[in-house]
Design a protein around this ligand. Structure first.
Ligand code: COA
Length: 260
């Protein structure tokens, strides 16, 4: 029997969906899954037909229940460091140049929550549970959780989650800003696809530049970010997509963007 792929890729028009496919292990991120994800993201980044990527988990129970804890035993600190740095799935998502959406269909814990936070937009099932339970293992997040969580939800809410390891429900995650939308269980994939398609109809050039500018806002002082925004605006101004968008507006028609 052929081995099941740990990451499934589906392409619908300009939207690619990557599904972590280890439902029996609640889609826990083992080494193979991480490296497949990095490989798939690398390919999708280079594929001009793909404009938006959705990341989700297989089955109806989990998005990703964190790092695969069974791989921790017997691993040396040096090996662990290499797993986290050699080809980091979190960095691959963070640096992915096109819009990304996490479709959170269930447990979204530890590395799963960190992967969702590395995405641009998070849509959660009303049944999802989110948290950073590393503290219960005597650990701390290592995929960006201590950095991205406070940026998304503020210091107090972040430290409460990190200190207690408690899981929160999707409505609470929405209230604190950890997710951007909550939808009925069963509607997550459809809603993520709908949003992805709406974004994919926009100018790929402008989308990339928006992402770059907003990422910059999290990493540089305001003056530097504002300077970069003007430069990126000028770059968008030189695109064929900009000419198309303006012409379509002036002639009261729908634009068709080509990504140049
Ligand atoms: N790593 C490895 N395996 C995991 C896992 C993880 N992070 N999360 C779940 N699994 C496995 C379980 O070991 C179990 O495998 P088994 O059937 O071979 O025993 C299977 O997935 C189903 O999980 P189970 O614990 O039986 O489901 P549950 O509904 O009782 O509990 C959770 C669900 C999410 C509460 C529980 O699985 C859990 O706490 N997982 C760990 C979460 C975590 O600490 N993540 C951070 C890691 S740094």
């Amino acid at each position: 029997m052929a081995t099941e792929e740990v990451v499934l890729k589906r392409i619908d028009g300009h939207v690619a969906t990557l599904t972590i496919n280890r439902p029996d292990k609640l889609n826990a991120l083992n080494i193979e899954t991480r490296s497949r994800m990095v490989q798939e993201l690398d390919e999708l980044a280079k594929n001009d037909d793909i404009r938006v990527v959705v990341i989700t988990g297989a089955g109806d129970k989990a998005f990703i229940a964190g790092a695969d804890i069974s791989e921790f035993e017997g691993r040396s600190p040096v090996d662990q460091y290499r797993v986290m740095t050699d080809s980091s799935v979190f960095l691959a998502v963070d640096r992915f140049p096109k819009p990304t959406i996490a479709a959170i269909n269930g447990f979204c814990l530890g590395g799963g929550c960190e992967l969702a936070m590395a995405c641009d937009i998070r849509i959660a099932s009303e049944k999802a549970k989110l948290g950073q339970p590393e503290i219960n293992l005597g650990l701390l997040p290592g995929g960006g959780g201590t950095q991205r969580l406070p940026r998304l939800v503020g210091m107090g809410a972040a430290l409460k989650l990190l200190y207690t390891g408690d899981f929160i429900r999707a409505d609470e995650a929405l209230r604190i800003g950890l997710v951007d939308e909550v939808v009925p269980a069963g509607d997550v994939a459809a809603r993520a696809k709908e949003l992805a398609e709406a974004i994919a109809a926009k100018s790929p050039v402008a989308l990339r530049l928006i992402k770059q500018a907003v990422r910059t806002s999290m990493r540089t002082p305001l003056d530097e970010g504002l300077r970069q925004e003007v430069s990126l605006f000028a770059l968008a101004f030189a695109s064929e997509d900009m000419k198309e968008g303006v012409d379509a507006f002036l002639n009261k028609r729908k634009p068709t963007f080509i990504g140049r």
